[in-house]
Ligand binder design. Structure first.
Ligand code: LMR
Length: 320
């Protein structure tokens, strides 16, 4: 079988972490792209030298030339700038939209059959932009957010209950912003609905509400702590899980920013929903029954994404 090719566009902290994870897992040959001269080459060289110690055999190259991502099976995009303390993800719209134009065109010209996973913020709008600029079909462009947000929710719940994170199955829908919707009705601890489990453990509903709020603001909490950058380990891990689902045709159901048309009352919007990921890319959006309260919260979140997208489309016009 031909070796797979993974292109990582953006060689910052997430890009480097992605390359390390993909190499350790021997997912295929890795090409690390960045416009900063020397940086992707240096990181690729450094990471290659982990191989003998960690026992992986992966070809990792660094480049400043989009031609080198030719034929990639998966492209993971982290290019652009992260927010700083005090900023919202939406504040990055103008600057990162320009970056997505260059990246989208690079993909279009070199690897139009790839599965593209976007991590750049503001996530839901940048997925839309990458799709627009690359011209790829909607099922081949997706945003990494729900896996990360759900992992945060699961982590906080596991800590609160004093149980293994492996037993918490948490679920977050909606846009990747502070209006995201951690869905407690579909969150379980080893199959037990989280609110029932909270009662068993004597945890007040107000604590669950606080955890929901902390999850919504989870990215900002890390931005504040780091002082100069945003989270990278968990975003990279989340995107790798999505890439593995695609490459291995795993049919995993992962919450991610997929194109939703005719479900959840949406008429063509990239937003976080449970999605089957397999060899066909985002193969199916799963529509789940939500409580009235959850529906209302999801609407607030999707409205916020739509509003941002309008601003994005206005800027996009000015880029033409
Ligand atoms: C995250 O959630 O960690 C990322 O979206 C980065 C950010 O700015 O919060």
């Amino acid at each position: 079988m031909a070796r797979k090719k993974i292109a990582l566009v953006g060689a910052g902290m997430i890009g480097g972490t992605l390359a390390h994870l993909a190499a350790k897992k021997e997912m295929g040959d890795i090409v690390l792209f960045d416009i900063a001269e020397g940086m992707p080459q240096g990181k690729a060289l450094d990471l290659s030298q982990c191989g003998p110690v960690e026992g992986f055999d992966a070809k990792i190259t660094g480049t400043n030339d989009y031609a080198d991502i030719a034929g990639a099976d998966v492209v993971i995009v982290t290019a652009g700038v992260p927010r700083k303390p005090g900023m919202s993800r939406d504040d990055l719209l103008g600057i990162n939209l320009k970056v997505m134009k260059a990246v989208g065109e690079g993909i279009k010209n070199n690897c139009p059959d790839a599965f593209v996973i976007c991590i750049t913020n503001p996530l839901d709008a940048m997925v839309w932009a990458l799709r627009e600029f690359s011209g790829l079909p909607h099922n081949k462009v997706v945003g990494m957010a729900g896996v990360l947000d759900s992992a945060r929710f699961a982590t906080f719940l596991a800590w609160e209950f004093g149980v293994s994170v492996k037993d918490v199955n948490a679920f977050v829908l909606g846009g990747h912003g502070d209006t995201m919707v951690p869905v407690t009705s579909y969150t379980t601890v080893n199959g037990i609905p989280v609110n029932d489990f909270a009662k068993i453990k004597g945890v007040e509903q107000s604590r669950i509400d606080e955890i929901v709020d902390r999850t919504r603001k989870g990215g900002g909490e890390i931005v504040q702590l780091l002082g100069n950058g945003s989270a990278y380990y968990a975003p990279a891990t989340s995107a790798i899980a999505m890439a593995e689902a695609y490459l291995g045709d795993q049919k995993r159901i992962l919450p991610c920013a997929s194109y939703v048309e005719g479900k959840y009352g949406l008429d063509g919007l990239y937003v976080g929903v449970p999605t089957v990921i397999g060899a066909g890319g985002t193969e199916e959006v799963i529509e789940i029954d939500l409580s009235d309260e959850e529906k209302k919260n999801l609407k607030v979140s999707t409205d916020a994404v739509e509003e941002l997208l309008e601003a994005c489309k206005g800027l996009d016009e000015s880029l033409k």
